[in-house]
Design a protein around this ligand. Structure first.
Ligand code: ZN
Length: 348
């Protein structure tokens, strides 16, 4: 069927009334002329056929616009705000109308937009406009374009968040400097300043979610990216960078000594640590403890951490743990964080 209109009773402020056809679906592929009229503002809101003033109609107004070749291909807007379920139903109904009789259904690429912006957006390409906005070359001379530009700012931010979502997840999951280096080198988008904000949001969300460990990693990775942006990736992740896994790195106050050797997992043998503390460190790094061959279960790790925290003398508590390049964290803080995370994960 493609385009679709329905008759509504109307009245206008000049006293005209009657019924008029209101377009609910405009298929620009089938009727380019109708799309042009939509872009000229003829349909949103509908106009009185006698005087051209806004027609007040009794009914739920919405419009689906199909614009082949533009991104996104579908725009849907509803005149009155309503709950998301009804909005979705209305959009699906309009999609059915659009696709009736089509051999190949269209419309995997669509967004909900403000009804009052449908006209100004009808023939524009949101991706091209968002590119222009990001490059500071989007000009908005009319009030409509200025309102659209405000909306476009949110669209561009959301587009950026979607584009970086997967690579941010892999960045958070990377557990060696080599992996981090590879991910950053392959995804220069990570050096965009907006990533700082996204990682900050992720850290806050993780905190509210009872995952302080994840929040900590998100902030550390954000700082690492800042460093990479300012000093270059190689500098931020130099060959002497320790792995993000924990290992003892000397007192907090002195310049931590860095070794080109890979860190040894066998902390318990680094002489002075209290045995339970050393074992906890080994377990946190994911290695089997003592004569075991498997890493500890969550419950065993929690018990070990609790014991280590109880037995830890003050000098060990202040011992700096290098977690990521440029980040020093006290041993007690680090273990408390791990315990909190392990307890959080154990909640039913
Ligand atoms: Zn009128």
């Amino acid at each position: 069927m493609g385009s679709y209109s329905q008759r509504f009773a109307y009245r206008c402020r000049n006293g005209h009334e009657g019924s008029l056809p209101v377009w609910l679906v405009v298929d620009g592929e089938e009727q380019p002329d109708l799309l042009r009229r939509a872009a000229e503002g003829e349909f949103t809101p509908p106009r009185c056929p006698e005087c051209g003033a806004e027609a007040e109609v009794s009914g739920q107004l919405s419009l689906l616009v199909h614009r082949p070749g533009k991104h996104p291909e579908m725009l849907f807007g509803a005149a009155t705000p309503r709950d998301p379920d009804r909005l979705r139903e209305q959009a699906q109904l309009s999609m059915m109308m659009l696709n009736q009789g089509r051999a190949q259904p269209v419309g995997s690429d669509g967004i909900v937009v403000p009804y009052e912006l449908l006209a100004v957006m009808a023939q524009r390409d949101m991706n091209a406009d968002a590119d222009a906005l990001e490059a500071d070359s989007f000009t908005a001379l009319s009030p409509e374009l200025q309102r659209y530009r405000d909306w476009l700012g949110g669209y561009a931010a959301e587009r950026f968040a979607q584009a970086t979502k997967l690579v941010l997840l892999s960045l958070l999951q990377a557990d060696s400097p080599g992996d981090l280096l590879k991910i950053i080198a392959a995804n220069p988008i990570l050096l965009d300043r907006r990533v700082d904000t996204l990682l900050g949001h992720m850290a806050e969300a993780a905190e509210q979610d009872g995952q302080p460990q994840m929040a900590y990693i998100a902030r550390a990775r954000r700082d690492l990216l800042r460093q990479a942006r300012e000093q270059g990736v190689d500098q931020a992740l130099g060959p002497d960078t320790p792995t993000p896994q924990v290992h003892a790195a000397g007192p907090v106050d002195g310049e931590a000594e860095e070794s080109a050797e890979p860190p040894q997992p066998d902390f318990a043998e680094e002489a002075t640590l209290t045995p339970s503390v050393g074992s906890a460190l080994v377990a946190m790094a994911g290695y089997p403890v003592g004569d075991r061959t498997e890493p500890l279960s969550g419950q065993e790790l929690r018990q070990l951490l609790t014991r280590a925290l109880a037995e830890m003398p003050p000098d060990e508590a202040d011992l700096a743990m290098k977690y990521l390049h440029g980040e020093l964290v006290g041993l007690r803080d680090l273990m408390t964080l791990w315990l909190a995370t392990a307890l959080g994960a154990a909640r039913p």
